[in-house]
Write a new protein. Structure first.
Length: 313
């Protein structure tokens, strides 16, 4: 099962060049029922990446462009009057899918952003006193532009904390960009993704079964203590005004189990934990204003914390 799921990267590479770490992050998110925040400038294939993963795993996918006038019902769905029957029926919103792309999520007001909270945490939508379950697995892949801030609404900490990872998609280097252009010169069209030849390697049932295997991965007390020490260090760091919450610690633990399983091990190592700290914690901590003025960066702060916390032997 692990070998099959690792083929997702190979299939996705038929459409997306040079984003292997992001593909791995989305796969881990699906295994542990977590959500991902994709940050990158326009044009680095954030939406194409999610669509390609969905096709390789035979998952349904919907994209919703978040705008200032978007209403909560546009996300979750709403009651619609049926003139034929004289009754109100529920029309499902785009959240009723396996992989939802929330494009430019920070462009919609907090009221609409909060409409996703129940769906992200409880995997359900409650409207008119009725609770409706979402498909399983369910993952929100939200995108945001790190450069453009005019007309945006920063995500509140409560919502940021519900994302398993914050994945930063950088601009490609020269060789990668050459491969992208060569592919387009040969006729590649991202709007016709099914013509690329991405094969289905697994489905929702296999993902859920794999997730059950991930939860059985052994975690030694020393590794648990290592996670606790890192989390505690973020709360004591002088350059941070907000450290990592207990939810962040449990999410790091789950992600480390998934990484160990994908690597073919039945146990988590400190290196699993260490490698996942930046993407798991970078959106859960807040720099103090004076640290920002001095040019501090969240990834550098996390790196310094990892250097100071003793690694178990």
């Amino acid at each position: 099962m692990r070998t099959v799921l690792l083929r997702v990267g190979e299939e996705t590479a038929k459409a997306v060049v040079g984003q292997e770490a992001a593909v791995r992050g989305i796969l881990i998110g699906l295994l542990v029922q977590g959500h991902v925040l994709l940050e990158g400038v326009p044009g680095v294939a954030k939406t194409l990446l999610v669509r390609s993963v969905a096709q390789a795993l035979d998952l349904t996918s919907q994209r919703l462009q978040f705008t200032p006038d978007l209403m909560p019902g546009d996300v979750t769905g709403s009651l619609v009057y049926d003139a034929k029957t004289g009754d109100f029926t529920f029309r499902e919103g785009p959240v009723f899918t396996h992989l939802m792309v929330a494009d430019e999520i920070n462009r919609t007001p907090p009221k609409t952003q909060s409409a996703l909270l129940e769906a992200m945490e409880e995997r359900q939508v409650s409207t008119d006193g009725i609770t409706r379950r979402l498909p399983s697995p369910f993952l929100v892949a939200a995108t945001q532009n790190p450069v453009e801030h005019e007309g945006t609404y920063p995500l509140p900490e409560a919502q940021l904390d519900r994302f398993l990872f914050k994945l930063v998609l950088d601009l490609p280097d020269r060789d990668t960009e050459f491969r992208i252009l060569a592919r387009h010169a040969a006729g590649f069209d991202s709007r016709r993704l099914r013509d690329v030849g991405i094969e289905r390697v697994a489905g929702p049932e296999q993902l859920l079964a794999a997730g059950a295997r991930v939860r059985q991965i052994h975690v030694a007390p020393e590794v648990l203590a290592y996670i606790v020490d890192i989390v505690q260090a973020t709360r004591r760091a002088p350059s941070l005004s907000l450290g990592v919450s207990p939810r962040g610690a449990t999410r790091l633990l789950a992600a480390a189990q998934a990484q160990a399983w994908l690597a073919g091990r039945g146990f988590v190592t400190p290196d699993d934990v260490k490698s996942l700290v930046p993407m798991t914690f970078r959106h859960r901590i807040t720099l103090r204003p004076e640290a920002q003025m001095e040019g501090a960066d969240v990834d550098r702060v996390l790196a310094s914390i990892l250097d100071t916390v003793a690694v178990p032997r």
